[in-house]
Design a protein around this ligand. Sequence first.
Ligand SMILES: Cc1cc2nc3c(=O)[nH]c(=O)nc-3n(C[C@H](O)[C@H](O)[C@H](O)COP(=O)(O)OP(=O)(O)OC[C@H]3O[C@@H](n4cnc5c(N)ncnc54)[C@H](O)[C@@H]3O)c2cc1C
Ligand code: FES
Length: 257
Amino acid sequence: MKKCSLDMVVSANIPLGSNHFLLKFTHKEQLPEMLPGQFVQVRVDNAPGVFLRRPISVNFVDQQKNELWLLVQKVGEGTRKMSEYKTGDVVNMLLPLGNSFTMPQSAQSRLLLVGGGVGIAPLLYMGSLLKQQGCNPMFLLGARSADGLMQIDDFKQFGEVFITTEDGSAGEKGFVTQHSKLQEHIDKIYTCGPTPMMQAVARFAQNNDIECEASLENKMACGFGACLCCVTQTQSGHKCVCSEGPVFNTKELSWQI
Ligand SMILES: Cc1cc2nc3c(=O)[nH]c(=O)nc-3n(C[C@H](O)[C@H](O)[C@H](O)COP(=O)(O)OP(=O)(O)OC[C@H]3O[C@@H](n4cnc5c(N)ncnc54)[C@H](O)[C@@H]3O)c2cc1C
Ligand code: FES
């Protein structure tokens, strides 16, 4: 898939709680095809300490409005600078990067998309495309507390939503892997979030003989396979998360689970 360097124009910057924001970008020409699980590398200008582009997942592509959405958590200088973007600002991005989640063989498959924190980001786009293909995905979204839950109404457009919070302020109390929905039959799980959460999900999938794909968020530099700073150990040696991932079948990963 051809990678482009595009000057995207900010069409909205919507704060979601104190620590997250949703950026919407548009472009004068038709956006290139982007697959669910792929990411973009954002060049953060006018931030002296930010030398490298910042990898951010494709959160949603609104075909009608020719809009790309990025859901971002403020963690350091780069993402803080991004939180200051205003409508009309021009931001350079490399896109689309990485591989993608695998579509199911059958629309009848019972699919569970499990996300934690800002790791829910790629699951919205994946859910939208599954729905377009006639599937009925289920979303299991976890956060520390109710105020960490985001885009719930957007997810509800594409499937049933189940929630866990660690403090019990919304949905079932506990971790995503403790949700009662996991007692039901599931054919395949797609997950993204903090590594310990994804490893717990992968362990559940392994113990129950369920196919599972996880989207990793290793630290990155170039974002396209040139610097080897993002490698992860797999059953077939080291692999670049940026170019051979970020999505891996969890059976392929050398996780101690
Ligand atoms: C493929 C991919 C997709 C991603 N998608 C999203 C997304 O959709 N939304 C989003 O908000 N973030 C996403 N991230 C994480 C995001 O890239 C980092 O949070 C961001 O680069 C931090 O930049 P910064 O300058 O704000 O912070 P920095 O000053 O670079 O770092 C601040 C803190 O964040 C930690 N950090 C930096 N990069 C990462 C990382 N990759 N994973 C975990 N911790 C990190 C650092 O160790 C440090 O403690 C993704 C990362 C990858 C690799
Ligand atoms: S970030 Fe450079 S090889 Fe992956």
